[in-house]
Design a protein around this ligand. Structure first.
Ligand code: HXC
Length: 259
């Protein structure tokens, strides 16, 4: 089946695959269908002998502006629980081949989490990284509180998660969140170049290296992610979540009441 919200480009280099998030009218917001398509596509690429590294980008304006707020708005905690969206994220977490995020423009909320789920991040000069969920009365739920903290440390993670402050590409590089910054015209090309270098290495060594580096996070990550997800579901039981998302849809400032 042809994906609706992804473009699978022809291999840009030997053994390199390139997948583009494609919902430009919504700044590539990650609705459930897009994420399901991404999971399906990455699984196929992971099983394909002709692929050794995978580049994921959005477009120049946005990598992804987060999970789809309009799709989440009005949903209950149990609706969210029944959706079981995190199994999709979990599958992506288990992709064995290296994933390189090529980020230009907004990487916010779930978009920042998807970039952080990748193994390397190449950013354009216009990239913005942030976890603005607090402004909607919710919180990150796809690893944002965990991977961000591990990457940039407690002080900056707290500031970003509790105030929604975005990092420029330069700040993200300085904080250790990303690998490099290049001009907008080159960000995708640079990510493909990195992927192509990895694709010249022993595929098994690359996979086992990736596995071993990720293992360093795993001891407590599973527990932390479950904790994070439980709290995310709980926030859908609050009036503030409904207010935050409704206000976004109505293009007005939210009024939070602490319940
Ligand atoms: C649904 C979104 C969206 C989103 C943007 N759009 N972000 N739709 N979900 N996350 C839509 C807008 O409604 C608008 O559609 C169009 O994209 C263009 O966006 P604008 O707001 O008009 O653009 P701009 O003024 O340039 O502002 C860009 C922006 C802003 C700063 C990125 O769009 C924004 O604040 N977006 C929300 C970011 C966010 O809060 N992300 C976290 C989501 S929660 P229309 O139809 O009006 O033209 C999350 C939880 C993850 O990610 C949980 C785990 C998976």
């Amino acid at each position: 089946m042809q994906p609706e919200f992804l473009i699978i480009h022809p291999p840009p280099a030997q053994y390199v695959a390139h997948v583009q998030l494609h919902r430009p009218a919504a700044l590539n917001a990650l609705n459930l269908q897009l994420m399901a398509e991404l999971r399906h596509t990455l699984r196929l690429l992971d099983a394909d002998d002709q692929v050794r590294a995978i580049v994921i980008n959005g477009d120049e304006q946005a990598f992804a502006a987060g999970a789809d707020i309009k799709q989440m708005s009005g949903k209950s905690a149990i609706d969210r629980y029944n959706t079981d969206q995190f199994s999709t994220w979990d599958t992506i977490r288990r992709i064995k081949k290296p994933l390189i995020a090529a980020v230009s423009g907004f990487a916010l909320g779930g978009g920042c989490e998807l970039a952080m789920l990748c193994d390397l991040i190449v950013a354009s000069e216009t990239a913005r990284f942030g976890q603005p969920e607090i402004k909607l009365g919710i919180m990150p739920a796809a690893g944002g509180t965990q991977r961000l903290t591990r990457a940039v440390g407690k002080a900056l993670a707290m500031e970003m998660v509790l105030t929604g402050r975005q990092l420029s590409a330069a700040e993200a590089l300085q904080a250790g969140l990303i690998n490099k910054i290049v001009p907008v015209a080159l960000y995708l090309q640079e990510a493909i170049k990195l992927a192509a270098t990895m694709a010249t290495m022993s595929p098994l060594a690359v996979q086992m290296d990736k596995e071993a580096v990720l293992k360093s996070f795993d001891t407590t990550l599973d527990e932390c992610l479950q904790f994070e997800q439980k709290n995310f579901y709980l926030l859908f039981a609050t009036a503030d979540q409904q207010e935050g998302m409704q206000a976004f849809v109505e293009k007005r400032k939210p009024v939070f009441k602490g319940r």
